[in-house]
Write a protein that binds this ligand. Sequence first.
Ligand code: GDP
Ligand code: MN
Length: 360
Amino acid sequence: KGQPKLASNSYLEADMLYRDRTQVGIENATMVMLVRNRELEGALSSMRSLEDRFNRQYKYPWVFLNDEPFTEEFIEQTMLMASSQTFYELIPSSDWNMPDFIDNERVEQNIANSTDVIYGFSKSYRNMCHFNSGYFYKQKRLLNYDWYFRVEPDVEYMCDFQYDPFTLLRTNNKIYGFVIAIHEYENTIPTLWPTVEKFMQTYPDLIHANNSLKFITTNESSLNHWVTPIQSSSDYNLCHFWSNFEIGNLNFFRGEAYNKYFDFLDRAGGFYYERWGDAPVHSIGLNLLADKNSIHHFEDIGYYHPPYLACPSSKDVIAAKRCVCRKRGNDGEVIDSAIDVNVFSCLSRWWRYGAGKRFL
Ligand code: GDP
Ligand code: MN
């Protein structure tokens, strides 16, 4: 008594419920990181942050995926950084490389003409986006799990979690959680939306009755009224969940609807003839095929992936979760930067047009 009252909300209640009940996480879940050997330092830094802020109290395993064999050094160092078991998986080359039906000459031509497209020059980046769009969830090791938490090298988690996000999703009938919603670069996806429209015409029965299409198709200028809104030349407004942070249910991605969707996009060729990213592909899949009530915005998870930082807006939450909501510039200077109020953010649009029921 006499103590100041801390922020009380469903998150903290979820924490009480599940942290008291067990010392380790109770979900069939894993961390997963696609990473190159040369990114070891960044991988360790991300792990250190996530272990300290969350996983050392829950001890979920880590699955590392690579298109090349991991080095002994990578294995040893990451094993030491993890609080639990680690697995190292070599991606089959047929899951990583261009499918046979892709015309290599046409790809080379597009790559040569893509100097103004972000990562347009890189064939391996296209393989990576293709893999993350349609193959990560098919990897053998991941078949053992229902839930995944995607982690990238060189990211940082700015707050204590204080509850199990997998449990929060499961007990509230959610299948996917994101932190940052943002606009895609239009010149990476010239024909993605027309392809999605064809998909919708071909498989109308796969579209969820309570979908969140409005989140990605509304276009009005009043949301961020102090800046010029980003305009898309198609009905797609370019909004998507930033997929370098994802907590999701693998069974959604392994399901029939998502795979029909991925195969349809794959055949259209845009992963290679253009530079489609896995973020808009995952997002549009979710917005089309999933119940909007099953998609969750983690407003209380602070997260930094260069160049964007997202942090809780409530001072109570920042204090209770020990958030450090700053990032450092290249010269070491401290910058406060919140993507949520930035022109590139789609979060206001999500709250207005996408977000369904928050909790059960
Ligand atoms: P960005 O976030 O779009 O700037 O792209 P990143 O360079 O961070 O790549 C996204 C994720 O894919 C990261 O986890 C990388 O480690 C991983 N990645 C990218 N290219 C490759 C690759 O050629 N091989 C492997 N194994 N991982 C890759
Ligand atoms: Mn990245």
